[in-house]
Ligand binder design. Structure first.
Ligand code: UDX
Length: 436
């Protein structure tokens, strides 16, 4: 199959490289000339484990190429995937679809023979209808069908998620398009990943429903964690105790500083807007959004309390700035709420993140970026772990204690045992572990 991927961002690049690895002929198109030039030189625009070697292999084997020339790429393609950004619109929080619509219009003018246009970007219900109308208006002669194919990739595990997905969802309302999509995903089907064909609107809603449910699940365990702290219970055991019930499932029950990232905050907000506009507000999701926003803000107070209350002129070490490990992505990271709040409390913040420094620097002015965890900890009155990077899981506690002004650790990701921290002489507080 000849596949075109519009948008060489996170989703487009990972999906394009994986399709090429399945043996398809893939062209990734992006308007940003510098990005395409760097991809030609083998430089990835994002950090994702395994992506650079997957891209290099498929470029060398001539199944994957990059261009800024959309017209040339689209001519003769079997499927054109739209994988451009849909950020939250300023003001109302609904998804901004201008990039999707611009891509649809541009693609329309160059269609040649039957082509499937696939929406991979996360788009509100009804966007497929609008894309179809735009293409028809722009090129009344075009022979095409519009399909919805949401992505469920976790950053940091995106290649694995793409190649061995729990399911593939395809919103298809045209038999020829169904055959094309079956061909494209055939390698996965042979891997026994279920492929679910639905109506287009249903498929669009599945993406939002999945993310909203997961965001709600995290928020639920976060509230249980708060309860555990006052009731003398342990949230990790609560999570295990409920997660072993197959109806609940053990995943996404890690209590923490609140969810962040490029999907959950934006998609939960957009779903509440869609529901409000449709006259059926989703109160559970509205509450999830509000509880999570408050939670991120409250984390700075928790860190200050561990250090005795007053942070004025005192040094705070922060380990981890990205919204989760194995990514350099800072979008809606809890650190973007927590660090400014620490600065507002008068703290001097020294932070270290293994991959996120470049992205974090312009977003977090007024802090010092350290070269490692121990450098960040030097002279600190308290050390806060914001992201659970593997390299923070086995810190040399003796060395840490020796460089800090006071041995106080606030672990917002529960990656240490209370007993080991106590033995090492730290005052340690974590999330939801009222039982010690
Ligand atoms: C998510 C979805 O998992 C994916 O299916 C969707 O397509 C895109 O959004 P991603 O944003 O990459 O993926 O990260 P994910 O691993 O889901 O984590 C999101 C946020 O939730 C992070 O801030 C993470 O720290 C937090 N989280 C996750 C928790 O606090 N507890 C958990 O148990 C799981």
């Amino acid at each position: 199959m000849r596949i075109v991927m519009i948008g060489a961002g996170y989703v487009g690049l990972v999906s394009g490289a994986c399709f090429a690895d399945f043996g398809h002929d893939v062209t990734c198109v992006d308007k940003a000339e510098d990005k395409i030039a760097r991809l030609h030189a083998g430089v990835m625009p994002i950090y994702e484990p395994g992506l650079d070697s997957l891209v290099a292999k498929n470029v060398a084997q001539k199944r994957l190429s990059f261009t800024t020339d959309l017209a040339d790429a689209v001519r003769g393609a079997d499927a054109v995937f739209i994988a451009v950004g849909t950020p939250s619109r300023r003001g109302d929080g609904q998804a901004d679809l201008s990039y999707v619509y611009a891509a649809a219009e541009e693609v329309a003018g160059h269609l040649d023979g039957f082509t499937v246009i696939v929406n991979k970007s996360t788009v509100p219900v009804g966007t497929g209808d609008e894309v179809e109308a735009i293409v028809r208006r722009t090129n009344p002669q075009a022979d095409f069908a519009v399909v919805s194919n949401p992505e469920f990739l976790r950053e940091g595990a995106a290649i694995e998620d793409f190649k061995r997905p729990d399911r593939v969802v395809l919103g298809v309302e045209d038999e020829r398009a169904k055959a094309v999509m079956q061909n494209i995903y055939r390698p996965l089907n042979l891997n026994e990943s279920p492929i679910l064909f639905t109506g287009r609107r249903t498929s669009e809603l599945i993406k939002y429903a999945a993310n909203a449910f997961l965001a709600m699940k995290i928020t639920f365990i976060n509230e249980m964690a708060d309860l555990c702290e006052v009731l003398g219970a342990d949230v990790q055991q609560v999570a295990r105790g409920i997660g072993l019930d197959k109806r609940i499932g053990g995943k996404f029950l890690h209590a923490g500083p609140g969810y962040g990232g490029s999907c959950f905050p934006k998609d939960t907000l957009a779903l509440t807007r869609t529901a409000q506009e449709a006259g059926r507000p989703t109160r559970l999701i509205e509450t999830t959004v509000a509880v999570n926003a408050d939670r991120k803000k409250a984390m700075a107070t928790r860190i200050a309390a561990a250090a005795g209350g007053d942070l004025t002129g005192r040094r705070v070490a922060v380990l981890g700035l990205t919204f989760k490990p194995n990514t350099d992505d800072m979008r809606d990271a809890p650190s973007l709420d927590i660090v400014p709040a620490l600065l507002a409390l008068g703290a001097e913040v020294h932070a270290f993140d293994p991959e996120g420094r470049h992205e974090a620097e312009p977003l977090l002015p007024g802090i010092t970026f350290a070269d490692g965890p121990y450098e960040a900890a030097e002279g600190a009155a308290v050390l806060a772990i914001l992201t659970e990077w593997d390299q923070f899981r086995a810190l040399d506690l003796r060395r840490l204690k020796a460089v800090m002004a006071a041995p106080v650790v606030v672990d917002l990701r529960n990656i240490y045992r209370t007993s080991e921290m106590a033995e090492a002489g730290f005052t340690y507080s974590a999330i939801g572990r009222g039982a010690g």
